[in-house]
Design a protein around this ligand. Structure first.
Ligand code: AGV
Ligand code: CA
Length: 320
């Protein structure tokens, strides 16, 4: 990549799941991207643990530190504890345990204030990548609406439009996707704001399950540090209860690829509304004529995406 081309500024707002951390790793491999900050929402993770993994991943991949902030946001519908605990395994990997000093700072600011501070400092437009619930971002927008002008696009892994959702509880009919279900009121408010918002729903991510075939391909290039680390991270997802749609997917990693690889995605404009009450609370419903306009990624070229992931993973850490 030539030095004359400015790098695209990206802020990553994640919620610490294994694939959120893999999305961070992918963003860190992108030559054309300059990561300006990370926020961690305590949704699909315990935030202290996910912030530690995030800071260590950044240190492994970046010659300079990047700040990470923890959100105090709380969702209406919390994630299951077993899911929240799963990504803590990453901090037990020897590569991370052996990092005695971490240069990327944990911000003293609450994440919504950190988001405002990082965005307001930027001269160039920022791509805002969101791979967890939108609550922290909504809090930032409500405190400082001027951050809108700093953002050129928002890419959000969220929703299930024409497919089943992935919420399974006694009281829910299964139509909602978890990132929306965590805070349905926040999601409805966000889509009403007329922002350049693109959602990456299960309609698209269902195409990219974590398969042994893919894991084998990643493992075959394990001489690269990123492939080796990614292989271990994916490995801890394969005990996800197999069955109808209880498979682990590359949800957030696919959303990250939307920032750099528009060419492999199909996007449609749709009018959406978020259900606020049971039994379908959090469902993203198409409402032609009365909903809020959102760009929806409806399809992704699976082979090109997997090849992109493999190619980006043929990289080594800057720190050993
Ligand atoms: O609904 C997908 C979102 C993504 O942001 N998360 C996982 C991804 O980080 C929630 C989720 C759905 N099914 C899960 C999830 C599972 N089986 N394990 C952990 N998280
Ligand atoms: Ca996530």
């Amino acid at each position: 990549m030539s030095n004359s081309q400015p790098r695209k500024k990206v802020f990553l707002d994640h919620d610490g799941g294994v694939d959120d951390l893999l999305a961070l790793l992918l963003v860190l491999t992108m030559e054309e991207v300059d990561l300006i900050g990370v926020s961690v929402t305590p949704a699909d993770c315990y935030a202290d643990s996910a912030a530690e993994s995030s800071r260590k991943f950044i240190d492994l991949m970046m010659p300079r530190p990047v700040g990470v902030a923890i959100s105090q946001a709380r969702g209406m519908n919390p994630f299951p504890d077993v899911w929240r605990a799963q990504p803590q395994i990453i901090n037990a990997f020897p590569q991370l345990l052996n990092m005695k000093s971490v240069h990327s700072p944990l911000s003293e600011l609450e994440a919504s204030d950190f988001i405002i501070s990082q965005l307001m400092q930027c001269e160039e437009p920022v791509s805002y990548l969101m791979t967890g619930p939108c609550t922290t971002f909504v809090n930032a927008l409500r405190k400082e609406p001027a951050i809108k002008d700093k953002i050129s696009e928002i890419v959000w892994m969220a929703g299930a439009v024409d497919v089943h959702g992935n919420v399974r509880t006694y009281t829910h009919n299964g139509s909602a996707e978890w990132n929306v279900y965590w805070d349905p009121a926040g999601a409805q408010w966000l889509i009403e704001q007329n922002l350049p918002l693109t959602i990456v729903p299960l309609d698209a991510t269902n195409h990219v399950p974590v398969t042994f075939d893919f894991l084998e391909q990643m493992a075959s290039q394990h001489e690269y540090d990123v492939s080796y680390m990614a292989s271990f991270c994916w490995a801890i997802t394969v005990n996800t209860i197999p069955g109808y749609d209880y498979l682990y997917h590359m949800w957030d990693v696919l959303a990250a690829a939307v920032v750099t690889r528009k060419d492999i995605f199909t996007v449609e404009k749709m009018e959406l509304e978020i259900a606020q009450k049971l039994p379908n609370q959090g469902e993203t419903i198409a409402k032609p004529g009365s909903g809020s306009w959102v760009n929806v990624v409806t399809d992704a070229s699976k082979d090109e995406f997997y090849n992109y992931l493999l190619a980006q993973s043929r990289k080594n850490f800057v720190r050993k």
